[in-house]
Design a protein around this ligand. Structure first.
Ligand code: GRF
Length: 190
């Protein structure tokens, strides 16, 4: 993409710790965060964005009667910015085919498992239940199929005997904060 800085939109639903890591490394990665969108009005990540002087927008999925209507509102807002990338950072809604097609090849997601293992939810408990020795996170392109697009980068952590879903989630999240900025940089250097 070789554009510096590249314009990006970040989409969140919650704490936004991955958003924070992208904000902190924005200059190094070469991104300009044009706006942060949350589908939840009380997402803590909105405060992180405001503290960093970034425009925020709440678009609540509960206010729309269908996924497609919600996604049309997202598209309408995002189109004002003409972003180079759309970065999903803990955005907990499945996007419609229409949304994915509108921004084909430009949407990234971070998922807390070593894909293709454990698509969907409860990834840490599922890794523990399977007696896996490693867990981790993956950054991938978003396609129509859940958590299935091309993997850009992964990072693994060792599962220790004393780990539970909470301790494992914490360990993986720490790695996510290093992994996501690296993966974005990699995409932008393609
Ligand atoms: C992360 O574990 C991410 O992999 C998953 O949701 C979590 C978001 O955390 N999709 P945060 O909001 O970035 O703190």
């Amino acid at each position: 993409m070789q554009k510096n800085p590249a314009n990006v939109i970040v989409m969140i639903s919650g704490s936004g710790s991955n958003l924070q890591s992208i904000i902190n490394k924005a200059d190094d990665i070469g991104v300009n965060i044009q706006s942060v969108i949350s589908n939840k009005a009380d997402a803590y990540g909105l405060k992180r964005a405001k503290d960093a002087g970034i425009t925020t927008q709440v678009i609540e999925h509960t206010k729309f009667s269908s996924r497609e209507d919600f996604d049309r509102a997202l598209i309408k807002y995002i189109n004002k910015f003409n972003p180079d990338l759309i970065i999903l950072a803990g955005f907990m809604r499945i996007l419609s085919d229409g949304f994915v097609a509108t921004f084909a090849g430009k949407i990234l997601n971070i998922h807390p498992s070593l894909l293709p293992k454990y698509k969907g939810l409860n990834t840490h408990q599922r890794a523990l239940d399977a007696d896996d020795t490693k867990a981790g996170a993956s950054v991938h392109f978003v396609t129509n199929e859940l958590d299935s697009g091309e993997i850009i980068l992964q990072e693994s952590v060792t599962i220790d005997a004393h780990d539970n879903a909470t301790t494992l989630a914490k360990k993986v999240l720490e790695q996510e904060h290093i992994l996501y900025p690296k993966a974005i940089k990699k995409v932008l250097q393609r």
